[in-house]
Design a protein around this ligand. Structure first.
Ligand code: N2P
Length: 350
């Protein structure tokens, strides 16, 4: 620096200092908080710690068990959350009801890291509202010690062998139970065709004596402890249960299964939109996405994250569907189908 420039720098900093209130000690601005509302057993504590370490932003986490629960909460005006995590088949429903903010995801710095196939998605075609979080499949898991099988069909879940009487767990939400039943029956999902729904209704009513619990929370514990011996499950929760009880097996049925992706989104009324966007961007980094996959057991959408995965997950059968497995990503159900699903569900749960 020339003497003149260093003098200028000194004068400028002296002027800048003079502009500061004299009594106030210099300190960093408070980076604030991030309030996350996510599914249960789905948020890596190590990943959250890393986020706080890198940004100074402290995080709170509340959980829910289904898209229906999240929808009801946001519709009732539950505010205070910066991030929510709706599934692929519900994003459009949330957007059409004005519950999510356009976060201009495509313009975020790490957006380029997404796999090409997930940059735009049917449920967010312009990548405006959502960032891919985790994706997986829905099928069922059973204990091979209780029933040796072989099992290659959803029939074992919906028309269980006698040994499973009172031993089966099903999800606690109409969309996830009914869509899988429709796959078993070879019918389109999100269906409001009366004869098809009559068949679904009969199937679920006949299955009911075998069902111990309809609950999407605590599946891992129920299956690991043997409290239930067969359960409708998402692939990663199945993997976590099988690690604890190696006789469990996740089924890739010949009829196929449901595929889904859960997505980070910012609800309308979020207290700190900037922190939410920082978190979205953070999750499109390969190492951060791998930390989350390691915890939850699901695929993410970030290129280069696989090399950070723990080997146990990278080679897990639940994490690697066979190439010929038929995966159906459910679209958002139209209101007519949702209404019919609710009716079947209410009768079933009576
Ligand atoms: C929760 C996993 C949620 C996946 N443990 C459902 N889309």
């Amino acid at each position: 620096m020339t003497p003149f420039r260093s003098l200028l720098a000194l004068c400028l900093s002296a002027t800048a200092l003079a502009a500061l209130p004299a009594a106030r000690p210099a300190q960093a601005a408070d980076p604030g908080m991030l309030h996350i509302f996510n599914w249960t057993d789905y948020t890596s504590p190590d990943m959250l710690k890393k986020f706080t370490k890198e940004t100074g932003i402290k995080v709170t986490l509340d959980t829910y068990d289904s898209n229906e629960t999240l929808l009801a909460k946001l519709k009732a005006g539950t505010t205070g959350y910066d991030i929510v995590v709706p599934s692929s088949d519900f994003v459009k429903i949330f957007v059409s009801q004005g519950l999510l903010q356009n976060a201009d995801v495509a313009s975020m710095a790490n957006f380029k890291n997404l796999e090409e196939r997930w940059k735009t998605r049917a449920w967010d075609p312009q990548a405006e509202y959502t960032v891919p979080w985790q994706w997986g499949t829905t099928s069922f898991i059973y204990d091979t010690k209780v029933y040796p099988g072989p099992v290659d069909s959803l029939e074992t879940l919906f028309k269980p062998p006698a040994v499973f009487k009172g031993q089966v767990g099903m999800f606690g939400s109409p969309s996830e139970v009914i869509n899988l039943a429709l796959i078993y029956l070879g019918k389109p999902v999100c269906n409001s065709n009366p004869p098809d729904l009559k068949e679904v209704n009969a199937l679920l009513e006949a299955q009911k004596p075998f069902v111990k619990v309809y609950n999407s929370d605590g599946i891992e514990d129920r299956m690991a402890s043997g409290e239930t011996t067969m359960h409708e499950v998402w692939s990663g929760d199945g993997e976590r249960a099988r690690v604890q009880r190696p006789t469990l097996k996740y089924v890739y049925a010949k009829e196929g299964g449901i595929g889904w992706m859960d997505n980070l989104a910012i609800p309308v009324g979020a207290p700190d939109v900037e922190n939410a966007k920082k978190f979205m961007n953070f999750m499109m980094d390969p190492e951060n996405a791998a930390l989350e996959s390691d915890f939850a057991g699901y695929q993410n959408a970030v290129v280069g994250s696989n090399k950070f995965l723990k080997p146990q997950l990278a080679s897990a059968p639940e994490f690697n569907p066979p190439a010929d497995y038929k995966i159906t990503f459910a679209p958002g159900c139209p209101p007519a189908a949702t209404k019919d699903y609710d009716r079947i569900w209410t009768l079933l749960r009576k």
